[in-house]
Design a binder for this molecule. Sequence first.
Ligand SMILES: NC(=O)c1ccc[n+]([C@@H]2O[C@H](COP(=O)([O-])OP(=O)(O)OC[C@H]3O[C@@H](n4cnc5c(N)ncnc54)[C@H](OP(=O)(O)O)[C@@H]3O)[C@@H](O)[C@H]2O)c1
Length: 357
Amino acid sequence: MTHEGLVPVIVLGGTGYVAGECLRLLLGHPSLRVESVASMSREGGAVTAAFPHLAGTAADAWSFTSIEAALGSLRPGRTVGVLAATPHGATAAILDRLLAAAEAVGADTRVVDLSADFRYPDAAAYEAVYGHAHGAPSRIAQFACGVPEHIVGAPARHAAQPGCFTTAVTLAAYPFLAAGLVEDDVFASAVTGSSGSGRTPSATTHHPERHADLKAYSPLAHRHEPEMRRLLAAASGGREPDVQFVPHSGPFVRGIHATVRMTLKADHSAEDLAALASRFYADGSFVRVATTPPRLSEVVGTNRARLGVAARGRTLVVTSVIDNLVKGAAGGGIQWLNRLLGWPDDRGLIVPGPGWF
Ligand SMILES: NC(=O)c1ccc[n+]([C@@H]2O[C@H](COP(=O)([O-])OP(=O)(O)OC[C@H]3O[C@@H](n4cnc5c(N)ncnc54)[C@H](OP(=O)(O)O)[C@@H]3O)[C@@H](O)[C@H]2O)c1
């Protein structure tokens, strides 16, 4: 069903980096309107005090509300979008409360969860990765998880955006697994900017510790690795490929650069492989493929992904760049919300990047 007119949106996790990106993108969206921005820490405060770069726009009129106040705006039959930019572990219970309130009044609510809480098909799979009980197991079946480019239509009422590393790596590997050209064995190394760690500083994300350094963390043990296996299984006839993932903390703020190595079953030229991936993504606006390695500066600030294909003998290497806060979170979330509302994926999301940042 396609929704007409302006659809109001509730943003949860108000002062966080991802929520800030949701607000920035929503300010330019022709069919979505920010209804409320819920914050636990700054209720009543001006949104532009947390995000001075949004001042001088409609955001000047916005104040953070409580989650309860946001729920109070649900009305019978009214369509409301929700972007949940709250931490994993807390999000499921918040969304359960929100959805129960929506059901009680008969509101038509479409949720996109940007946290990890609805990325797994059942509570046991979630609990195996996150080590705590799921906050709303009965809601899991209402969410479809995937990169929008890899899913046809909207298979559930709500959506869960995959993790930012997962997005960068699966965009690179999916077309080749789906075409049956590579073995079920994917090595991925990726470098992320510091905004991937959110707003709260820690010893490892503090600027002096990070700005001129580079290090791997959680090699072969990162929480996004099982997500990658699960989502890539859809391309591999249901078999989970053996994904080996090594993430790194990079000395920049925004963006993910992933290098994904796969083994070809037969020799192919880089040109033919790039053409195949280009055809795979041709229906969408955001993913473009070349035989030259992409740069972060081509995508930062945008919902784009750029893939670069290289091949020699049986070795295939795909480099993949996205903005972790946009394609990996807020932009991918709005792309999903567009889809859930029956609109083109790219509505409001075709924005030029700054190039330098
Ligand atoms: N950063 C990225 O690149 C990225 C990429 C993909 C997905 N994500 C996911 O997106 C979500 C937000 O990430 P972020 O980087 O924006 O994190 P963040 O900067 O730490 O923001 C999260 C916000 O959630 C609110 N919050 C904190 N604890 C809470 C709790 N117990 N219950 C409810 N709300 C709470 C806080 O806002 P208020 O005090 O204003 O309520 C906080 O600012 C996370 O689930 C993260 O994993 C992040």
